[in-house]
Design a protein around this ligand. Structure first.
Ligand code: NAD
Ligand code: GLY
Length: 357
């Protein structure tokens, strides 16, 4: 079992990463956990892990109630959020309860926002069960739901008090979802850590074979990077924006195609290729570096090209609404080399148009 701490003063919290933590992680759960817990999952994850998570929380002395939501990115909405509020109110849960998210990034983001807003804020615990959620979304306190006009447009920063990752849950994850998680793993190598990118190139076979040790190492490195970045810039005033590499393009694909059609990680993979090609236009990356990025993404079966029907006309409105945009000016994260990236706000429409010829 590995422990990584997100250092945020009084809101610091541990991330525990290991095998079998759902069945034997009792000692990791802080004894100051609220007595009343609402355990929230979806109708795919609940049949697999709700009993184990309930038993774990009960062994820690909690009274556990459940809320099982419909599965899927298309349900990451205010309407679904209302199901959580209704359940909590029906149970007369007060501010001294905790909401526990059991599932992937969709459940984690929704439960986090419910926790941020229910009675102006209750405690929140993440038990992420997808690779994407374990390497990215369960850490750092970004919570949100989608709006038909934009991805994650309604949300808040609300840090969990604990993140418990049982890597055994990945054994039931569909292959396509595993690949989507690998996009976010590769993202850290491109934007932050060249050595990690090389490690991923060397261990691609082990990762493709779902080797537990390789997966565990990758999750740990991603969480270390994320913890470091979040500790430095919790609310994305600066360096945290880099974690959005590929996302401005990716969110446009997700929104334009209808949420759930392209997986988030797939859209981010294509977004990172577009960012890399833009960086090549600016002569920051050479063709060989772009090819290495494409090759690593492709070996996990990730898409490298946007949907054929999407050109600049389709991308631009979404990109202008992106949360990083300032005064209508699009801001993009671009790699300046493998392992380094920066925020760029002076990319012209002509330069963007070149990506789609
Ligand atoms: P997801 O939550 O939809 O999970 C993917 C699918 O796998 C779902 O059908 C889910 O029910 C199923 N599943 C989950 N765990 C499983 C398991 N162990 N076995 C079998 N099936 C399982 O998608 P995701 O990729 O985990 O998360 C994507 C979401 O995360 C997007 O909404 C994205 O915006 C968000 N996100 C948030 C942040 C953040 O910082 N908050 C970062 C990255 C992504
Ligand atoms: N996933 C990007 C962030 O947490 O900032």
């Amino acid at each position: 079992m590995e422990r990584i701490d997100v250092q945020l003063g009084q809101r610091s919290y541990p991330i525990f990463i290991g095998s079998g933590l759902l069945s034997c992680g009792d000692s990791l759960i802080n004894t100051s956990l609220p007595r009343r817990v609402l355990l929230i999952s979806n109708d795919v994850v609940a049949p697999l892990y709700l009993d184990a998570a309930t038993a774990l929380l009960q062994r820690c002395g909690c009274q556990v109630d459940h809320c099982v939501l419909p599965d899927g990115e298309q349900h990451k909405t205010l309407d679904t959020l209302n199901l959580i509020y209704t359940k909590a109110l029906q149970l007369s849960l007060g501010r001294d309860c905790a909401f526990v998210a059991l599932g992937g990034g969709v459940i984690g983001d929704m439960v986090g926002y419910a926790a941020a807003s229910y009675q102006r804020g209750v405690a929140f615990i993440q038990i992420p069960t997808t690779l994407l959620a374990q390497v990215d979304s369960s850490v750092g306190g970004k919570t949100a739901v989608n709006h038909p006009l934009g991805k994650n447009m309604i949300g808040a920063f609300h840090q969990p008090s604990l993140v418990l990752m049982d890597i055994d849950t990945l054994n039931t994850l569909p292959a396509r979802e595993f690949s989507a998680g690998m996009a976010e793993v590769i993202k850290y190598g491109i934007l932050w850590d060249a050595d990690f990118f090389c490690w991923l190139e060397r261990h691609r076979g082990a990762l493709l074979a779902h080797d537990g040790d390789a997966i565990s190492c990758a999750i740990q490195r991603c969480c270390q990077i994320k913890a470091e970045v979040v500790a430095e810039d919790e609310t994305e005033r600066g360096v945290r924006a880099l974690l959005n590499l590929g996302h401005t393009f990716g969110h446009a694909i997700e929104a334009e195609q209808g949420y759930g059609s392209w997986l988030h990680g797939e859209a981010v993979a294509t977004g990172m290729v577009l960012a890399a090609k833009l960086a090549q236009q600016l002569q920051w990356l050479d063709g060989a570096q772009v090819a290495r990025i494409e090759s690593l993404l492709a070996c996990f079966g990730l898409p490298l090209n946007p949907p054929p029907e999407m050109g600049l006309t389709q991308f631009l409105p979404h990109m202008q609404r992106d949360k990083k945009a300032q005064n209508g000016q699009i801001r993009l994260i671009l790699p300046t080399a493998i392992g380094h990236s920066k925020v760029v706000s002076d990319v012209s429409t002509d330069q963007l148009a070149q990506l789609f010829v």
